[in-house]
Design a binder for this molecule. Sequence first.
Ligand code: GLU
Length: 431
Amino acid sequence: MYRFAPSPTGDMHIGNLRAALINYLCSLQDKSGFVLRIEDTDKERNIEGKDAEIMAILSEFGVKWQTLYYQSKNLKFHQEFAHKLLSEGKAFLCFCDEETLAAKKQKAKDENKPYRYDGACENLSSEEVFNNPRPAVVRLKIPKDADFSFVDGIKGKVEFEPSNFDSFVLLRADKTPTYNFACAIDDMLEGVTCVIRGEDHVSNTPRQNLIRSALGYTQEIKYAHLPIILNKAGQKMSKRENSSSVKWLLEAGYTPEAIANYLLLLGNKTPREIFSLDEAKEWFSLDKLSKSPAKFDEDKLAQINREHIKRASDERLKELGISKPALARFYTQESSLIPEIKKKISAIYSKKDIPDEWRENAGILKKAILEFQTFPETFKEFQSELMAKTALKGKSFFMPLRLLLTGAQHGPELSELYTLIKDDLREIVSL
Ligand code: GLU
């Protein structure tokens, strides 16, 4: 069982979408199932409506889940499991207040050491615990023989210094779970067997494994951490960069097919450069993914977008709001984004604003074009008939003709365009 576990706290990042697509593909390959879990336990950072937006985006990419969970609905399980760990002596109550902890953190900072919880409350007597009126958090006791290593599906064996881990918090004083605790329990309750997520979570994996092993859960969960995506300058792509947001890319006019293709191509060895999700299902394999960070290149995405527009069916292009599919494919030679292409097509089918110097000749051409009974098959024939009718030639012929047909002074070969618009020519020149 695979899962995608986004937090509804902001626009979906391309790194998250890449994780969703890869989890989904793997779940299709081994037919084990895919669940969507909205990790909505951080009330302060949750943004109303982001859950619905995440689902709409996933659907646009063709990602389907069998079950939808909201992490906040599992609160009672998180609390019950914390009690279980407490009663079995695998976790303990910690009464340290914020100021005490802040002072210890400051001291560590002053000494240039990483802060680790010092175990102050780990061995309190039951009297000290029961007679303590202060609010308490629940912390995990780290067993002496704890194993912090794990085998990563991309990185291979990952090991950590045990000194990096302290008795971390499971349940806060307000009885809400921390991310690691909620995530470890939910993966267990939802029968997840494989987690593919961003590299920023690598050091959470030993913690989540420790939590489940303290709970006596023996089913192994396999992990794979995807290298981060860097921008052109080689820095981590921040949430503030437009092109890191899936919503922004879609609004800019990149198609879901192209974005998915590009994200699966990043840092991967694929048999072809252009492919659909369905095709990737046939050959996708985690072990072909590079261990090093991948660089996001918007020009490459633009090129892939053009290829997907070319190979899209008429029906699909219509869904994308394009009324003339053949023209859309044709215009990929000079534009990459759906809105730019739509603009070019709509300029053909709109009233043309012809500069003064070409207006007279455009009028002559228009009149002559409207006199045609039927339009010849090829531009060559059309051109020679029209030249004969109007006695115009060279630039005086081509420039006003181009303006009359496209509304623009520059553009693709008229001879190629002609065959695509010939049936609408009467309408086009009349506008
Ligand atoms: N909610 C976490 C995130 O969006 C999930 C990480 C995970 O997949 O465990 O980063």
